[in-house]
Design a protein around this ligand. Structure first.
Ligand code: ATP
Ligand code: MG
Ligand code: MG
Ligand code: MG
Length: 462
């Protein structure tokens, strides 16, 4: 008999046909004649209630081995459930404990703190919250690919090892090679850097943008969706050392169309997850942030506010709020400013555009005013920035001079400059931190809890 997932069974009608399923025991309760098991297999938030008659064929030895966390298979019939929580329950006449679970199993309690669970990241997907996060993350990944595929974008796999420092920022991990004797537990005889292998220092990519531009400038629309790496030393709830980025890039596209795309993208992914994962979203609404679903529904429905950086600074100054860093034209917006704009001043996501050139990367297109660039950030309540994007500089000479001003050597970017030398075209794109969007959608406080295996300072176990 085929095993069915719990999700399928909970949606089935009671009947005489025999069914089989499997999973892990969440809880079990012993009464005089009957044993109740709450069975979960990760296919949905809900457990399937299993009823076993102690005097029946499934009673006996196996019942003694039942424990929270044990892996079991069961067979029997689906019966209408007298309980309110589910329509059906399984009356089992066959039970096999496939894997015992001793009493030192760390997930005995009903709820554990997220801090505690972070230390046992290999067991936390067995809890309701982390099962829900995994399903929501999966749903959002699928929705993101569908969004771009429906609009004719090609998914490009950009390299993880790179020889360039795309942002001109010093937060990269350098790649080194490991001599085999070190792997065998011996001391390395020589220190062997990537220079020896690649002929130059190599790094883990902080972004795939520049390579995505290569493909957009040939095939019109491309996007990347892959891991990126930043040696973030600050211990914040919004930064990881390894995170996933979605980076679309479009030829024949200006900043306005880029902002339209970013907004459409965020709203579509949010409305998909609300439609596809109602039970999981309910858990976040009840346990993590009250009113979450309603606020996301409003975001999915209404246009984002758009203001220029200059307007943003004026609004922050007029707000009368005392900031740790008072807003000043020319400086990057701090998280406190971004939160103020989205929570207090506008109470919705805000796109800020036309930032001063000095606080943005070299590849952003200059405005005719000579002071600002065609940059845009999408800011959301609770988090601040989730997207950074821009129209790219498509003029060869201007790009070269911006590089020099940023202290970069244009010779290192000869291939990138070729995109402007041969058939240059106005083009734009943005980068969205996937974990930031998941944080926003789930209401989770700490970014370490929305990625399966978080990498941060001092944390790179298994
Ligand atoms: P922040 O100001 O939050 O440090 P950033 O301006 O340095 O972000 P960008 O280079 O613009 O980041 O990257 C694009 C997007 O990638 C950001 O909007 C954010 O969503 C995400 N992001 C950046 N750094 C991290 C990180 N360390 N961990 C998780 N997501 C990140
Ligand atoms: Mg940063
Ligand atoms: Mg920023
Ligand atoms: Mg940014």
């Amino acid at each position: 008999m085929d095993n069915q997932r719990v999700r399928q069974l909970l949606a089935s009608s009671p009947g005489d046909a025999r069914v089989a399923t499997r999973g892990w025991v969440r809880t079990h309760r012993d009464t005089k004649d009957i044993v109740f098991i709450e069975l979960n297999d990760g296919s949905c938030l809900k457990n399937l209630q299993i009823i076993i008659d102690k005097a029946g064929p499934a009673g006996g030895d196996q019942l003694k081995r039942l424990a929270t966390g044990a892996a079991v298979t069961v067979e029997g019939k689906l019966v209408e459930s007298p309980g309110k929580n589910q329509a059906v329950e399984l009356h089992a006449d066959r039970l096999t404990v496939v894997g015992d679970c001793p009493a030192d199993y760390p997930l005995q309690k009903k709820r554990h703190s997220f801090e505690y669970l972070r230390e046992i990241a290999h067991l936390r997907p067995r809890t309701n919250a982390f099962g829900a996060i995994a399903r929501v993350r999966n749903n959002m990944s699928t929705s993101i690919h569908r969004f771009f595929q429906d609009r004719g974008f090609l998914w490009i796999h950009t390299p993880i090892i790179t020889g360039i420092d795309a942002e001109g920022a010093g937060e990269m991990f350098q790649v080194t090679t490991m001599p085999l004797d070190k792997l065998a537990g011996l001391q390395p005889t020589t220190i062997d850097y990537s220079r020896d292998f690649f002929g130059k220092p190599a790094y883990l990519a902080v972004t795939g943008q520049l390579q995505a531009e290569v493909y957009a400038c040939a095939l019109d629309r491309a996007y990347t969706f892959g891991p990126t790496f930043r040696a973030e030393n600050s211990n914040t709830v919004r930064h990881l050392a390894e995170f996933w980025m979605i980076e679309p890039e479009l030829a024949f596209c200006d900043l306005e169309a880029n902002m339209d795309l970013a907004e459409d993208f965020v709203r579509t992914v949010i409305s998909d997850v609300l439609n596809d994962c109602p039970e999981d979203m309910q858990l976040f609404d009840q346990r993590i942030q009250k009113g979450l679903i309603e606020s996301l529904q409003a975001v999915a429905r209404s246009p984002f506010k758009r203001i220029s950086y200059t307007e943003a600074i004026a609004q922050l100054k007029d707000s009368g709020i005392e900031f740790t860093y008072p807003p000043e034209w020319g400086a990057a917006l701090q998280t406190e400013h971004e939160k103020c704009l989205t929570e207090q001043i506008h109470n919705c996501p805000v796109i800020v555009y036309d930032y001063p050139a000095e606080c943005k990367a070299f590849y952003m297109k200059q405005n005719p005013d000579g002071k600002t660039v065609r940059a845009m950030d999408v800011l959301v309540p609770r988090l601040g920035e989730i997207i950074g994007g821009s129209q790219r500089e498509d003029n060869l000479e201007k790009l070269e001079s911006r590089m020099q001003a940023a202290g970069l050597n244009p010779d290192d970017y000869w291939w990138y400059l070729d995109l402007r030398r041969y058939g240059s075209v106005p083009h734009s794109g943005f980068g969205l931190g996937f974990e930031r969007l998941i944080q926003y959608v789930t209401g989770m406080q700490n970014i370490r809890d929305v990625i399966p295996f978080p990498r941060t300072v001092k944390h790179a176990d298994f």
